[in-house]
Design a protein around this ligand. Structure first.
Ligand code: PEP
Ligand code: MN
Length: 342
């Protein structure tokens, strides 16, 4: 259910409608738009009695939201959501015409490794650094990440180079720590439907980067995001990272068609990860350009200064110099589709 307020409705009127919704045992989500505020209602298992809300001051109308997802839907919020990621060197905007570049190694391996990569990346102009301190690995015998000491290394990268830090939380316990050390919480493909983790991320203060599950439908992807918004965290960025298909020449099939499909249905920004999406170094540049061309709001690229020595995902990691070329070329495509790279 959605309550649409008049464009000149006052803050008090919006507050009064929210209070009334909450008094009915439901949750109110005021969503300011460029022209007017709408108030999404969640927590209702059946139809809500509209009469009481429709007659309140400042209300235009109450409309049922028929889609299974509500708060992530464009029906509820027409304007693109722009997520602002605070970094020590100023905020980075994602969405609404702002294409954000994110780079870094798959895993935080050592302090020397991270600082070496960060130093090389700094000169490319990228402002968001991503590396995993907690790694969800297929095999329990593979490198699992450094955990808390990895987060401390990432904090050092932020301090020394001014990057905003994105890193993955794999369970509620690691999310508590990621929240303390990072600027964005990543939820990985394998956890896209870990509902208790999604709810915990919904109560976090940081923006969330939610990766698409490797066999998730678009509805499942958007419903996963809905879990986060329903808890009150509206700063959610989606990320396409390839899905499993019969195609056997790449690690995953990067589903770029999902980008315009998401944009039609949702106001949330969507980034593309061409590294996991292809699994092959030589495919990262062309697919990055393609992602920018279809309207991605950001790119997440794995970069390593010594990919042959990487403890995870070396095959799909590009060199910092290659990333510099990639940014320059993405900038050209972005300008054609009216996006500003940051
Ligand atoms: C990652 O981002 O390093 C990662 C593990 O990705 P995904 O969750 O998409 O597999
Ligand atoms: Mn990886």
């Amino acid at each position: 259910m959605l309550v649409v307020m008049q464009s000149h409705a006052t803050e008090e009127q919006v507050r009064a409608v929210c209070d009334r919704i909450e008094s009915l045992g439901l949750k109110a989500h005021p969503i300011p738009g460029s022209g007017r505020t709408a108030i999404g209602i969640t927590g209702n298992n059946g139809a809500v009695d509209l009469g009481v809300l429709e007659s309140m001051a400042g209300v235009i109308e109450c409309i049922p939201v028929t889609k299974p997802y509500k708060l992530v839907s464009r029906d509820v919020k027409e304007d693109d959501t722009v997520v602002r990621i605070p970094t020590p060197s100023g905020g980075v905007l994602v969405g609404g015409g702002h294409l954000a570049m994110v780079a870094g190694p798959c895993a935080v391996e050592t302090e020397e490794q991270c600082l070496a990569i960060a130093e090389r990346l700094k000169s490319t102009g990228v402002r968001l650094f991503r590396g995993g301190a907690y790694k969800p690995r297929t095999s329990p015998y593979s490198f699992q990440g450094l955990g808390l000491s990895g987060l401390k290394i990432l904090a050092k990268v932020r301090k020394q180079f001014g990057f905003g830090i994105i890193t993955e939380a794999i369970d509620n316990e690691s999310l508590d720590l990621v929240e303390e050390y990072a600027d964005v919480i990543q939820i990985g493909a394998r956890n896209m439907q870990n509902f208790s983790l999604l709810r915990r991320a919904g109560r976090a203060k940081l923006p969330v980067l939610l990766k698409r599950g490797m066999s998730a439908t678009l509805d499942e992807f958007l419903m996963a995001a809905e879990y986060i918004l329903s808890e009150g965290n509206y700063n959610v960025m989606l990320c396409e990272r390839g899905v499993r298909t019969f195609s056997d020449f790449s690690r995953n099939t990067l589903d770029l068609t999902v980008v315009p499909a998401v944009k039609k249905r949702s106001h949330l920004p969507i980034l593309v990860d061409p590294s996991h999406g292809t699994g092959k170094r030589h495919k990262v540049l062309p697919l990055s350009l393609a992602a920018a061309a279809v309207g991605a709001d950001g790119l997440l690229v794995e970069v390593h200064h010594q990919p042959e020595k990487a403890l995870s995902d070396g095959m799909q990691s590009i060199l910092p110099e290659e990333f510099a070329t990639l940014i320059a070329e993405v900038r050209q495509i972005a300008s054609v589709v009216h996006r500003e790279v940051n």
